[in-house]
Design a protein around this ligand. Structure first.
Ligand code: ZN
Length: 198
């Protein structure tokens, strides 16, 4: 089960802490809001550890990105391959932030913490939650309504996600518009957005 309401509220709390809520979301600003989290590129990690990119990818068990969790100090390091295009990097970072915000590392029953402290999430629900988090952080449906989004191209333009992700998100947005019940969350999010954009 994906904790939709919990994730929505966590995202709203992050947005409230931003100096200004505008889209496309500035992912590095979001990372800065998490006090025990830092960011580093695969390329920089390779350089400072005199390692090859191949070994970094192997260590992270992903070509795109991963999260390093320092258990002793309760600190996170998000790592991302900056060879990827900008859209993919934004999604990867948002996805990794999702794992942190959803507390996937502390529920260690489901995740495998490698000797090196690198965490890979094997549970399918964790991946689904992190993907839902990424989609909603980058492109929240209530903001699609505010912007009067009419197509996948509109989504790509306003939220800077890949054409494939935009197509996906547009389809889900149409379903959401038809079936969702109004919540305090979406009212609060729209109010916050209007405050900065009207
Ligand atoms: Zn993941």
């Amino acid at each position: 089960m994906i904790r939709y309401a919990y994730i929505n509220n966590q995202i709203l709390e992050l947005f409230k802490k931003l100096p200004k809520l505008t889209f496309p979301i500035d992912i590095s600003q979001i990372i800065e809001l998490i006090p025990n989290c830092k960011y580093m590129s695969y390329q920089r990690l390779a350089k400072i550890t005199y390692s090859s990119m191949k070994s970094i990818i192997e260590l992270c068990e992903s070509e795109a990105g991963c999260t390093h969790y320092d258990i002793n100090n309760n600190r996170y390091l998000i790592l991302c391959n900056e060879n990827d295009n900008e859209y993919r990097q934004r999604w990867t970072k948002a996805h990794e932030i999702g794992h942190i915000i959803c507390n996937h590392t502390s529920q260690s029953f489901y995740c495998k913490i490698l000797d090196s402290g690198f965490v890979t999430f094997t549970n399918k629900e964790f991946e689904s939650e992190a993907d839902y988090f990424a989609a909603t952080l980058l492109c929240p449906f209530p903001i699609c309504q505010e912007l009067d989004i009419q197509s996948a191209e509109d989504i790509q333009k306003h939220f800077a996600i890949s054409p494939t992700a935009a197509k996906n998100q547009f389809k889900k947005y149409l379903e959401w518009k038809q079936s969702h019940k109004k919540t305090a969350w979406e009212n609060d999010l729209k109010k916050l957005y209007r405050y900065f954009n009207e």
